[in-house]
Structure formats: structure tokens, C-alpha cells
Design a protein around this ligand. Sequence first.
Ligand code: HH2
Length: 274
Amino acid sequence: MPSPLAWLTAPCVMGILNVTPDSFSDGGEHLDPASAVGHARRMAADGAAIVDVGGESTRPGAAHVPVDQEMARVVPVLKALAADGAAVPVSIDTRHAAVAAVALDFGAVLVNDVSAGGDPGMFPLVADRGAGLCLMHMQGEPATMQDDPRYDDVVDEVAAFLEARMRAAVDAGVSEEAILLDPGIGFGKTVQHNLALLDSLPRIVALGRPVLVGVSRKGIIGALTGREVGDRLAGSIGAGLAAVQAGAAVLRVHDVVETVDAMRAFTRTRGGGE
Ligand code: HH2
């Protein structure tokens, strides 16, 4: 069986394909399957290594989306991407094993689970299908996670959580080689918590698995630059490259072509032009 992370050549870009009416920066843009496929094709042509399809916004304050509603949003898009010959590998951004199962049926290669196995069916499913798995840290639930996030030591706690969830996944039969880890920037964290995690990213990298980082257009970029959501491209790229410098293998982004160009220039400059 090919490696579940065969698509990953570090550092690389995961392009975001939100099929939601209410995502914080691109809600409603790709609800129609034809538009979603067009956007996926464009991101592939622009150099995305993988496209992350999501049917539930997990922005701060977002309400939980029932499984049938999430399914109704993502299935037509997954079907259309599969019919398109899957020009690019597909990841499914979901907390529900039932949604992940359908996505894997349609050829998705990665489950991006921001609850890190909150659904007890998730790890056995991923193990059974030999899929890739991204485990992310979140404190609390999207609806309330930004109300008053607190940690004694955010870096220790996030690293310990990710290590424990990785062990639980492996105990459930998931191959360790299939796992990506993500500190969950903006998920139950203040600006200072996010900055501490980005500054200490090597601690997460030291857990031994590729690290995915999502800062694209997020509140932390607004806090650092004073910009509104639509004007956070340069800030997102700056923070993303700092994450790559600190060892991130994958950047999850909205703006693929700009990030790929920046990453190429950055890595080739650091590599002495190799
Ligand atoms: N961030 C978002 C959603 N999914 N998955 C991982 N692994 N890491 C992240 O940082 C991450 C994620 C939130 O961003 P977005 O998809 O743009 O917004 P929304 O949740 O409003 O759809």
C-alpha cells in the first residue's frame, strides 16, 4: 500500500476548500460543486500538494453542524472531485467519522480532525482504511473556545495532548507513519498562547511527526498587523514562513499561489540556490 502521506513533500501547502455558508474568510464562495471543483483545480495548478474540503466552520463562536447537514454540503463536492479524476489529493476536514468514511469512499487520502479523535469511531475508521490523519489541539469547543482560554504552560500542555492523542490513535491501529500533528492556532488560545506555540514549534516537531500549521487570515494575523480579514495575505505569509523556518512541514492556507511562491523563494534562498 502506498504511504498515506505520499503527497507530502516538506515544506508544502494544503489549500483550503470550505464548503460552508459561514467560514470566517471565505464562507459561501464554493458551495456549488462546479465552483468548488474549479477552485480545487486552480489550487492544484498553483502548487497545492493537497486540498482540504470542509463542511463545518470551526471559527470562534461557530455552532456545531449536524452530521446530515455537513454531509449534504461535502458529498456533492467530493463526488465532483472524484469524477474530475482527482487532479489533486483530497483531505476531509471533519470531526465526524461518518463524514470521513464517505470522503474516504470518494478517494480522500487524509482525515483532518480538529477534535483529534473526539468521535470514538474516527481512529478505528482511519486504521481500517489506511488513511492519513491530522491530529489538532483545541481547548474547548468552537462555540466558546475564545471566551477565556487558560493554560499553566501552553507549549507543555499542547505537546502532551498531541503525544497522548498520537498514542491513542496508534493503539487503535493507526500507523504512526500516517499521522500529522497540529498545535491548532486560534483554537482556544489567546494571541500570546499562539505566539508561544509558534515560537516553540520545534517542541512539537520533536514529537517525530510532520507538523501542519494553519495561520491563514486568522485573528492572530489581525492582531499582529492590525488588518481586517481580507487584508491579511502578507501577514499570513510572514507568519507561515516563520513556521516553516521552525520546522513546519505543511501550511494550511487560503491563498495558494502566493504562499507557494513565497515558500519556494524562502527555501531556495536558505538552501543556497539548490
Ligand atoms: N483551521 C481551521 C479549520 N481547520 N484544521 C487544521 N488542521 N488546522 C487549522 O489551523 C485549521 C483547521 C479554521 O480555518 P478556516 O477553515 O479558514 O475557517 P472556518 O473554520 O471558519 O471554516
